[in-house]
Design a protein around this ligand. Structure first.
Ligand SMILES: Nc1ncnc2c1ncn2[C@@H]1O[C@H](COP(=O)(O)OP(=O)(O)O)[C@@H](O)[C@H]1O
Ligand SMILES: [Mg+2]
Length: 227
């Protein structure tokens, strides 16, 4: 199962939701969870050292000479049963180029990536970052496509003009906002799958690179049935 998390505006909480959701899923997946980082911030949230090695960008740019299963050699073992596919030198241009030219008798490289991720026997969470961007082809191919959204007018406006229609919304909600679950569902026409509160304990765990180990209860509870 390929679950894509994406946003229409930076700073929405997409990476935090992606990592938290992957961590929750890994608790009931003996083989762990694959976390594809198309946004670039996953190692920082997991407290992993920054790598300069190859990642999804290089795999996408490599063309058909590199077999699809080479993807598994890029995986980095993270905490809590998470296996991370790092971003590498992924740019909007490399991903668009990869979608542009279908190879002989086959799909474009980005579609191949989406297909390989979807076929993985483990649950796969893709942090597709802010769209439009390099994560778009993977988000478009996901069986579950989750828009991470702050319930404010500016975010909602962007979400309405997003290049994709999500299958559900994860609301990252602050107290005192006038827009809530009902308004978001009404405007976007898709269900809110979870409401995650803005919580200083989440921000502290993220800043310390300890989110999987110190997952705040409320975040875990909110995301348990999100996918
Ligand atoms: N539920 C939350 N509670 C508190 N802070 C949060 C929460 N979600 C995200 N943040 C903070 O907001 C910032 C942006 O989150 P991030 O996941 O990087 O957003 P995005 O990936 O959409 O750009 C981070 O500093 C993070 O710690
Ligand atoms: Mg991010």
């Amino acid at each position: 199962m390929l679950i894509a998390c994406w946003s229409a505006k930076g700073g929405s909480g997409t990476t935090v939701v992606s990592v938290a959701l992957a961590t929750v899923l890994a608790r009931s997946s003996p083989a762990g969870v694959l976390l594809a980082d198309l946004g670039g911030d996953v190692p920082a949230v997991l407290g992993l050292p920054e790598t300069s090695g190859p990642g999804l960008g290089e795999w996408l740019a490599s063309g058909d000479s590199v077999p699809a299963d080479a993807l598994s050699r890029l995986e980095i073992v993270g905490p809590g049963g998470l296996h991370v596919l790092p971003t590498g030198s992924l740019t909007a241009t490399s991903a668009t180029a990869a979608t542009g030219e279908p190879s002989v008798g086959g799909a474009g490289r980005a579609e191949v990536l989406a297909a390989v991720l979807a076929a993985d026997p483990r649950p796969v969470v893709a942090d597709c970052g802010c769209l439009p961007g390099p994560g778009l082809p993977v988000a478009a191919a996901a069986s579950v496509s989750l828009l991470v959204l702050r319930p404010c007018y500016l975010s909602l406006r962007r979400a309405l003009n997003a290049p994709l229609r999500p299958s559900g919304v994860i609301l990252v909600s602050e107290a005192g906002r006038s827009l809530g679950r009902r308004e978001v569902e009404e405007v976007l026409g898709v269900p809110v799958r979870a409401v995650v509160g803005v919580d200083p304990a989440v921000a502290r765990a993220v800043d310390a690179g300890l989110l999987p180990a110190r997952m705040p209860r409320g975040l875990e509870r909110a995301l348990r049935h999100a996918a």
